[in-house]
Design a protein around this ligand. Structure first.
Ligand SMILES: O=C(O)CCC(=O)C(=O)O
Ligand SMILES: [Fe+2]
Length: 378
């Protein structure tokens, strides 16, 4: 059967929860789902998985439709009598919904109906659209030249970046990090008042915000669509309410971005639901098309994924510079990704956003000391 990417994401998350496989961003492992019901028509997923540590095929099973609380002893015993489940070395329960029973009604948006604002928009205007639709595009917030400069600054690092994996990061996609160390122009994007203002306002329930990571994502011809996911998943499996906002992504168009060259695909409005309540496919998505210098801002709760590059000769480049709440672990460790020798040359305001701060004491360097003191100590 064709592997449903949402199901695969969910299994991956179950595996991570159970501490199985490399405890990494979804990479370097694969799952192969062979059946969705057992012989007595009881709902279950069976399959084999491989991981970087354990390359032998390992059978696993996920019991579908039962949360841990619902998995009453009797039901458990009944299910465990099933031969296929006994075979599995791993048995997990998940509140998965089978098929696409929860598919959204109505047709997905088309690129003509995407939510866009001009570059004169205010923080309040951006937040209003972001809260309602889960994403917004700001057209041409910086010049095309700015983006060309970033590519020039990053080119040697892009050229030496590895391709990713087949399941999440993309085997025809190069991801390049450490932009704060290598690209003075990318530093300006992080500090753009509108973008910083939206990040602070969107995540205002937290005492502060910080840069979550810096990543140039170059999608090359032949790359297929990335699995659909939410970025909040980096923080774990908690049943976050829609108001518990922790992640605000900013994806800049470094080249003109089209549906054909791999524009990010989003499911408008999906940020209003718990991830577990969702069962979306690529048919529910719309591709974000935007010209070079434009910005896509979206909630960490919005279902999305990189698009397929069906062109033969265009590389889609986008720069992801998300803001996250100040108490969360950064995906890219800014204290090591940007060597201290370079960090000491950067403006204080940027260093604060990179995490050199101690808001409510979190991140202090001893007796509530300001981490900037330690940075500049000999
Ligand atoms: O490349 C894109 O358009 C999106 C990438 C993405 O969502 C991710 O890697 O988390
Ligand atoms: Fe993402």
């Amino acid at each position: 059967m064709p592997v449903d990417l949402i199901v695969l994401t969910r299994i991956h998350r179950m595996l991570r929860l159970c501490n199985i496989g490399p405890f990494l961003w979804p990479s370097a492992w694969g799952a192969d789902i062979v059946q969705t019901r057992d012989s007595d028509d009881r709902p279950a997923l069976y399959g084999n998985y491989v991981s970087a540590r354990n390359t032998a095929l390992t059978p696993f099973a996920v019991l579908v439709g039962f949360s841990k609380n619902q998995l009453h002893q009797t039901v458990w015993r009944q299910l465990m009598s099933c031969a296929r489940l006994q075979e599995a070395q791993l048995v997990m329960s998940a509140t998965l919904h089978e098929g696409h029973e929860l598919r959204q009604s109505g047709r997905p948006a088309t690129s003509a109906s995407l939510q866009r604002l001009p570059n004169t928009a205010t923080v309040e205007e951006v937040i209003a659209v972001l809260d309602e639709h889960g994403y917004v595009i700001i057209d041409e917030l910086v010049s095309g030249d700015t983006m060309d400069r970033i590519v020039q600054e990053m080119q040697p690092h892009i050229d030496s970046s590895m391709y990713g994996d087949e399941y999440f990061s993309g085997n025809k996609t190069r991801r390049t990090g450490r932009l704060m160390a290598h690209s003075p122009t990318a530093r300006e994007l992080v500090m753009k008042p509108l973008v910083l203002g939206v990040g602070r306002s969107f995540l205002s329930a937290s005492h502060g915000i910080q840069l979550g990571s810096t990543e140039m994502i170059s999608i090359e011809p032949g790359q297929t669509a990335q699995m659909l996911h939410i970025d909040d998943m980096v923080a774990g499996e908690y049943p976050y309410t829609p108001d518990f906002k922790i992640y605000c992504n900013n994806i800049w168009a470094v080249t003109d971005i089209t549906e054909a060259n791999g524009g990010t695909r989003v499911v408008p409005g999906s940020h209003k639901k718990q991830f577990e309540e969702q069962s979306y496919t690529q048919d529910d998505t719309v591709a974000v098309e935007m010209s070079k210098g434009s910005l896509l801002i979206f909630s960490g709760k919005l279902v999305h994924g990189g698009g397929a590059n069906t062109t033969t000769d265009e590389i889609r480049r986008a720069l992801s510079l998300p803001f996250i709440v100040s108490w969360m672990r950064q995906e890219e460790n800014q204290y090591l990704a940007c060597p201290q020798k370079i960090a000491r040359t950067l403006p204080t305001e940027l260093l604060r956003v990179m995490g050199y701060d101690a808001i409510y004491g979190m991140g202090h360097t001893g007796a509530l000391a300001d981490p900037l003191q330690a940075l500049f100590e000999e």
